[in-house]
Design a protein around this ligand. Structure first.
Ligand code: ADP
Length: 489
């Protein structure tokens, strides 16, 4: 059964570049291999774009910009809604493709299709209301009228990571298209197939030629830099590492590009003595294991108050010990492979470093033999202050548990980081929940829940975790400029 699904899903994904509304190979016909992280086999070869392909895609986006901006919002909304329906119609195919190239269990991949499609529905609704946004008033001296409207930023470059191959795309594409911006998107080289299939879904939904370009490449830097330097590009939206985000912000400064950055996290998860411990274990399990821990909102540091430390640690360890590691296509799998050998080795190095410095290993911690980039669910406690995983984003299934005594201590430790994306609090005391949530320096806080992502909620970080918000009513604003007209009557 899985074999049939696998073949069908792979056959459904285009393997060429999507430029100007049609599929074509890369100039020079270069291609690269997409690998299944569960068994290291080659899934497909896809076109490897270079700078001249990027320049073509940008030409088409620039040519399409005026017409797309002038397309009535209701029409843009209809296309997004049709693409939403298209994604759900092809749910199994897309979910299978996500599992094949990224590794996450199929049940989670299905969840990503629903979540990812949700952005198209959400932003189709935003598009419908777009032209109603604005202001009309009299300037305070009474001399003339002030009219404020919105207009699209213009041609936009989107760069996405491999951890949510579909949803990180729809979250940006949905907002940009709703706002009236043409886009060129560069997915991560590990997971290009999902984005290529998404382009096909948008084409079938009636998206005009040129409004979307998809460039798959092994040379992200070489492809992206000339595009950012091109004055016709007006915006960049990036999701990925803080290191690359800073690099891109530097490049974007030259042309003063509007920039949205969704970067790394180092999320703290706080469990207080008065928490419902079973609920906290549930929340920590999902905040840790969802997506194999390969998520910027994954709980990186789990702080547990001393009164419940033993109970919580014991229950979480038991829970994680029961998780089966294996191919995401196997219905019994709770944890798939890491995305690639580099990521698997990075997780292993962080755990080894902590253990060498004196941390206590309660579960896992050993790279299994055999093909596939697997790393087991792992629990660490008594972690010394100088362990690298205190400050580094682990991006793997490693629960790092730290004790605390007072609320003040917990907040201080939680905020002691350059990042500020997500945080989590578990307590039954409503006053404490709100007090702590307000004190945590992060863009998002989950209270008594381990998942915060929702198309209707503002996703984004503070400090070095990023600039701007995705989803919610704010998401579309990232792709709009305010235009003021002074009217003399
Ligand atoms: P990770 O380390 O998790 O793969 P990255 O930040 O390297 O995160 O990757 C996120 C996205 O950024 C991917 O699409 C990747 O190809 C792209 N990317 C990586 N380096 C650069 C670069 N120098 N310029 C532009 N894009 C880049």
């Amino acid at each position: 059964m899985a074999e049939i699904d696998r073949a069908a899903a792979l056959a459904a994904a285009p393997a060429e570049l999507f430029i100007g509304g049609r599929w074509r190979p890369a100039r020079g016909r270069a291609a690269f291999e997409v690998v299944d992280p569960a068994d290291e086999s080659v899934l497909r070869r896809v076109a490897d774009a270079g700078p001249s392909d990027a320049s073509d895609a940008l030409d088409h986006a620039v040519d399409a910009a005026a017409d797309w901006a002038g397309t009535v919002p209701q029409r843009r909304a209809d296309i997004l809604r049709a693409a939403h329906d298209g994604l759900l119609r092809r749910r199994e195919e897309i979910a299978t493709l996500i599992t094949l190239e990224m590794g996450k269990p199929l049940a989670e991949a299905r969840g990503e299709v629903d979540y990812g499609a949700g952005f198209f529905r959400w932003f189709s609704e935003s598009a419908s209301r777009l032209h109603l946004d604005g202001d009309y008033g009299v300037e305070p001296g009474g001399q003339y009228r002030i009219i404020t409207t919105k207009r699209p930023v213009g041609p936009t470059l989107l760069i996405t990571p491999w951890n949510f191959p579909l949803a990180m795309g729809t979250r940006k594409i949905g907002a940009a298209l709703a706002a009236g911006c043409p886009v060129v998107i560069k997915p991560a080289e590990q997971t290009p197939l999902t984005m290529l299939l998404l382009a096909e879904v948008l084409r079938e939904a009636g998206l005009p030629d040129g409004v979307l370009g998809v460039l798959t490449t092994t040379d992200a830097a070489g492809l992206v830099q000339p595009m950012i330097a091109d004055p016709r590009l007006r915006k960049i939206s990036f999701t990925g590492s803080t290191r690359v985000g800073k690099l891109l912000l530097g490049q974007a400064a030259e042309g003063v590009l509007r920039s949205s950055m969704e970067l790394g996290g180092n999320a703290p998860l706080l469990v207080f003595d008065d928490a419902d411990i079973d609920a906290a274990v549930d929340g920590a399990t999902v905040a840790k294991l969802r997506n194999g821990g390969e998520s910027c909102v994954a709980a990186n540091r789990i702080y547990v108050q001393s009164g419940v430390l033993e109970e919580f640690t014991g229950k979480l360890t038991e829970r994680l010990a029961a998780v089966r590691t294996g191919s995401g296509l196997d219905p019994d799998t709770g944890l798939g492979p890491m995305i690639d050998a580099r990521q698997r080795d990075k997780v292993a190095e962080l755990v080894d470093d902590a253990v060498e410095r004196g941390a206590e290993l309660l579960l896992g911690g050993k790279v299994p033999g055999g093909p596939g980039y697997f790393y087991p669910p792992t629990v660490l406690r008594a972690i010394p202050a100088d362990a690298e995983l205190r400050t580094e984003e682990i991006f793997g299934p490693v629960a790092a548990i730290y004790p605390f005594d007072t609320e003040e201590q917990a907040i201080g430790a939680a905020n002691d980081t350059r990042f500020g994306l997500a945080s989590y609090v578990f307590t039954k005391d409503l006053s404490r929940a709100m007090r702590v949530a307000e004190a945590l320096d992060s863009g998002m806080t989950g209270v008594n829940r381990g998942v915060v992502s929702n198309p209707a909620a503002a996703f984004g970080g503070i400090k070095e975790s990023g600039l701007g918000r995705e989803g919610s009513s704010e998401g579309i604003e990232e792709y709009l400029e305010t235009k003021y007209i002074g009217l003399q009557l």
